[in-house]
Write a protein of this length. Sequence first.
Length: 323
Amino acid sequence: MYSLFRSAFTTSLLVVAAILSLSQAAHSDVQIIYKSATAGTAYHQIGAELSNAVRQSSHDEFVLMQEESQGSVQNVMEVMARQSNYVFTTPSDLVEEAMAGTGVFAERSHPRFQNIRGLFPLPAMTMHFILAGDKGVVTTDTLKGKHLLIGRGTFSAREAARYLRLFGLEERVKIADAALGSGPDALKKGQIDGFVTASSYPTPNIFEVAASMPISMVSLSDEQVEMTGSLRQIIPGGTYPGVNVNVQTTSLPVMAYTTTQMGDDMAYGLTKTFWEVLDDLAAGSAWWSGITPDQLGNMAGKLHPGALRYYEEMGINIPDALR
């Protein structure tokens, strides 16, 4: 897994260097690299919506330049090499692991991880278990004997594998050795029986599949939700074509982070702009509607001083651990 990640990581850094070398002279005072997920996923679309809204609202004062990413693990790893303004998305659990040098970061510990700072919350990462077929909503028992794609080297893949272990399915399913982004095409071609993805709902690549073939979704029991230790999440019936009953699953908080290399004024202005455009974002896409300042309590590490200044000015209660 690490060899695959290092290859993707190295390629990504070369692309980053090329982009920065071409654009830094013209916009070095306003451009911010924004890294979230692969194209076609909910978080890539979320990034596009956020980038457009921030740019328009700030009248080009803040320009988020979105780069494609293989997922949250890569986003955090790149903190080691980034030399400019860098904003990335990730569940808070990964930031905690990076700072502690545990989990996937046990062999890739780096002092720069201590420079990670929080900005604002984003739509939650929701677990989706998708299967071919028109059964609508099914239980985890349906996964037995199935050929599933969960991805590799990403936080989503790690969560999917953890859930399969918790539910006693690890030895009862066959896991495809492929990147998560290939899941929709592989399902449509009949190469797999289903795929698992952690993404905000509604997820574009699931719509892509449901538009061309019947799909079913796994709904977790109350006991299974408790076993995961994650937050209970209901995906309303009708969210995806052909799935007309509520689906019970789980979600994980996702945050936008930066590093101490970002100046206080820029972090303040970006955070302020985010909250000012949030209502407009929610009017255009449902996944923005559940975001509130209370979710800052799920953030790992500390807030960026510039972001903290904005929250204090707005009278928002900030836990001492984030200061």
